[in-house]
Structures are given as C-alpha cells and as structure tokens.
Design a protein around this ligand. Structure first.
Ligand code: CO8
Length: 267
C-alpha cells in the first residue's frame, strides 16, 4: 500500500490502522488535496484488507491538539464554481461512504474542533471518542453554505431531526458534554493521549471477536439505517443465515461448547 501522502499520516500498529489528517497550520481543514488523498488511501486499504490482513480496526484523528478537523477548507472554496463545489461535496461524501463500507470498526478520535466537514467525517465513523476540549458543530450557515459532506443526513440520524435542525440552523458550537448527552459522542477523555490509548484498548477488545461477525454487524446496521424496519429485518435475516457458512461461526460456537477460547480467522 502507498502510505506516503502530503496531507495524511497512515500507520498500522498491532493490527490497528491510524489515519491522521495532517494540516495543523490550517487546523486540519479538508482541502481538495486531503479528500483526494483520503480517497486513494481508503480505496487501496479497502481492497488490500479484504482478508483483514492489514488491520482489524481503524482510528481517524487530526494532527496536534487544537483541532480534529476545522471543516472544509474555506479558503479553497472561495474560488470554486457551482459545478466544482458539487464535485467537491461528492468527493467528500464518497470518503464518508468509504469509512462506512470498510470491513473493520472505525473510531473517530476528536481532539479540539470538529466543525462543519470535521463533524461530518467524524459522524461517518462507527462512533466518536472525544477529549474534554472537543467542540462540535455545523457552522456552514454562518458562511452562507450548508453542510455538504453528509451533515444534513447523518446528524439527524444520530441525534434526532429536531435537535439536528436546531444545531444546523443556528450554526452554534456543541461542547463535548452536550455532544455526549445527545448521543454524538460515546466517551470523553482527559487528553488526546488518553483518548488514543482508550481507542486502542477498545479496538483490541473488539478484535477478540470474529472480525467477520463484527463486519457483518456493521454492514447490516449501516444498511438498515436507510431502510424501513421490515426491510432492515430482511437484510438481517439474510446475513444471519449467510454467516452460518463461515468458519468463524463454527469456531465460535464449538469453542463455547468445548469451554475454550475461540480462535477466529475472519473466514
Ligand atoms: N478552512 C481553512 N482554513 C482554516 C479553517 C478552515 N475551515 N479553519 C481554520 N483555518 C485556518 C485559519 O485561517 C488560520 O490560518 P492563518 O493563520 O493562515 O490565518 C489557522 O487555521 C488557525 O485558525 P484561527 O486563527 O482562526 O484559530 P482560532 O483559534 O482563532 O479559531 C476556529 C479557531 C474557531 C476553529 C476558527 O478557525 C474557525 O472558525 N474556523 C472555521 C470553522 C468553520 O466554519 N468550519 C466549517 C467550514 S465549511 C464546511 O466544513 C463545509 C463542509 C461541506 C463542504 C461541501 C463542499 C462544497
């Protein structure tokens, strides 16, 4: 895999991949270059990791302490035409869909500002950890814009439509305690170091489970999010049946009966 990017850092340690948006001087704002590089990285990773050989969990974070991602790059947007802006929105949206389609759990580790596009990227991860200084929000209307990397859709699904409208129409900051209260954030940590260590601990625990079963749970839950319950139940039943053909299912149930720890292979 190509791991050399100008605006991203990518490393894998103990089966956990960490993607860091690395433009700290611009508070990690999402320029076209960031989204283009992220698109290449996620596509290549998805292909290479079909058998879980690259990583079994992923962390998305921002370089340094001040910001996770302070939004789309406002300076870059000032010269865009309407067509270019739509293409930029679609590129960013594609990256959110890529995070959702990865076969492993992805935790957004939010340090400092997660505004606009930053909040949107975090919401496309499986869940969000945050430091006590984290600040969320969709301030686009203050710039004469609307959210364009999925915020008009995903925030409602996470916190309810009325709360999402109130946050989006006002463009106000949402402090981390409120973000946890409304279900946007799962856990709050004292510092970035503690948060990253917490994410590694959490992912390591999940990695003792069948990677295939975790992926199927993620896939079915994400797919079901866009369906009415009866259709979602159909997707669930099909996946529940299909997983009975897996080696992991046979190993997991046999290990229980034989009173031993399972050894999962992701097959
Ligand atoms: N884009 C570009 N540069 C940024 C951004 C940004 N979003 N945020 C911060 N920066 C830059 C600043 O310009 C500054 O650079 P310089 O020193 O060269 O002037 C540097 O980062 C440090 O920022 P500040 O000096 O402003 O730091 P403060 O501590 O004073 O303030 C804030 C921090 C409050 C986070 C402030 O920087 C801010 O308000 N940033 C903008 C936040 C925002 O509005 N985000 C939403 C952007 S719009 C968006 O995300 C739309 C997504 C969908 C796009 C769809 C495609 C068309």
């Amino acid at each position: 895999m190509n791991t050399n990017y100008e605006t991203l850092l990518f490393e894998v340690e103990n089966d956990i991949a960490t993607v860091t948006v690395n433009r700290p001087k611009a508070l990690n704002a999402l320029s076209e270059q960031v989204h283009t590089e992220l698109n290449s990285l996620l596509r290549e990773f998805k292909e290479a990791n079909k058998d879980f050989s690259v990583a079994k969990g992923m962390i998305l974070t921002g370089a340094e302490d001040k910001a996770f991602i302070a939004g789309a790059d406002i300076k870059g947007m000032t010269t865009m035409t309407a067509d270019e802006a739509e293409a930029f929105a679609r590129l960013g949206q594609d990256n959110t869909l890529l995070f959702e389609s990865l076969n492993i759990p992805v935790i957004a580790c939010v340090n400092g500002y997660a505004l606009g596009g930053g909040c949107e990227m975090a919401m496309s991860c499986d869940f969000i950890f945050a430091t006590k200084t984290a600040v969320f929000g969709q301030p686009e209307v203050k710039l004469g814009l609307i959210p364009g990397f999925g915020g008009t859709q995903r925030l409602s699904k996470l916190v309810g439509r009325n709360r999402a409208k109130e946050i989006t129409y006002s463009g106000r900051n949402v402090a981390v305690d409120e973000a946890k209260e409304i279900g946007l954030v799962v856990s709050i940590f004292e510092s970035k170091e503690e948060m990253l260590a917490g994410a590694v601990t959490y992912l390591s625990k999940m990695m003792r489970n069948s990677p295939l079963a975790v992926y199927e749970a993620k896939r079915v839950m994400n797919e079901g999010n866009d369906l009415v319950v009866s259709e979602g139940l159909n997707v669930e039943a099909k996946a529940f049946g299909a997983i009975f053909n897996s080696e992991d299912m046979k190993e997991g149930t046999a290990a229980f009966v034989e009173k031993r720890k399972p050894v999962f292979t992701g097959k």
